[in-house]
Write a new protein. Structure first.
Length: 277
């Protein structure tokens, strides 16, 4: 039975295939020889040090950055083609930091996710929110999925950091996105908000069949949620199940970092009640 399940999964075409990708920014190679395949329903944690190319990879998948070499195929098409739109949800690092002078309710922010070139002139600032029943239902459903029904008419600027991040995710869900890309969504959150968001993302993956690729510097948190981990530093240094993610010593070896001391350093601690002179 297990072998049949594995065989069935192998027969499902991937939603994203990255082949031999190299990306340069300002003349510097940021990503090099990246090969990556993602299937529907995966929850992938993308980690790595600052400047390792994590955000660059997401922007390349979105088609914002053009590769120096290699190819990206997403939903059987190149990025930014007709098959792409409406199927990809994007939550950037700055998405939840709206200026306070921008007055948008949760409902209005989420409805932005339903705006396209075809319905631009029925945008709520020009026509009442309820003028389009189909769009209204999408918005209410997305808000319900992230648990913000009680603050639907509250200005986003009055929400907590965790609530704002949920509202931004709802905006992505309002497009009926199947594949959600998140860049550092846990930044600035307290423990309760972080755990709540991770549970939401886990539910979106398992109960709603969403595919999630999330960048985070919070290694501990992402290892509790993601099924698969990718460690990126110019190249992919590790890609595999979360339970096989390397320990710190192995990770240092993968990164080419050599120990500076042959043996552990022992420091004699000063008793806390002893005065330091």
């Amino acid at each position: 039975m297990q072998s049949e399940t594995i065989e069935d999964e192998c027969c499902v075409p991937p939603i994203l295939v990255v082949n031999d990708l190299t990306v340069t920014r300002s003349g510097k190679v940021v990503l090099k020889d990246i090969d990556l395949t993602i299937h529907k329903g995966e929850f992938i944690g993308l980690v790595g040090p600052n400047g390792s190319g994590k955000s660059t990879l997401l922007l390349s998948i979105l088609g914002v950055l053009k590769p120096h070499k290699g190819k990206i195929i997403i939903y059987d098409s190149e990025p930014n083609t007709r098959n792409f739109f409406g199927r990809i949800g994007w939550v950037s690092q700055a998405a939840s930091y709206l200026p306070r002078q921008v007055k948008l309710t949760v409902k209005e922010l989420v409805e932005l996710g339903t705006v396209s070139g075809k319905n631009l002139f029925s945008f709520p600032s020009l026509f009442p929110f309820s003028s389009n029943v189909g769009r209204r239902n999408k918005v209410f459903q997305a808000i319900k999925m992230v648990g913000l029904e009680d603050v639907i008419d509250v200005d986003v600027s009055r929400l907590s950091g965790g609530q704002r991040q949920r509202a931004v995710i709802a905006r992505a869900l309002a497009t009926e996105a199947e594949f959600i890309l998140l860049d550092e969504p846990l930044v600035g959150m307290d423990r309760e908000a972080r755990n709540s968001l991770l549970k939401l993302l886990d539910n979106l993956c398992h109960e709603s069949g969403k595919t999630i690729l999330m960048v985070s510097h919070d290694l501990t948190a992402i290892r509790q949620t993601a099924h698969r981990m990718i460690f990126l530093e110019e190249k992919i240094r590790f890609d595999g199940p979360t339970n096989l993610f390397p320990d710190l010593e192995t990770l240092a070896d993968l990164r080419g970092i050599s120990p500076t001391h042959e043996s552990p350093i022992h420091i004699n601690p000063i008793p806390w009640n002893e005065e330091v002179k």
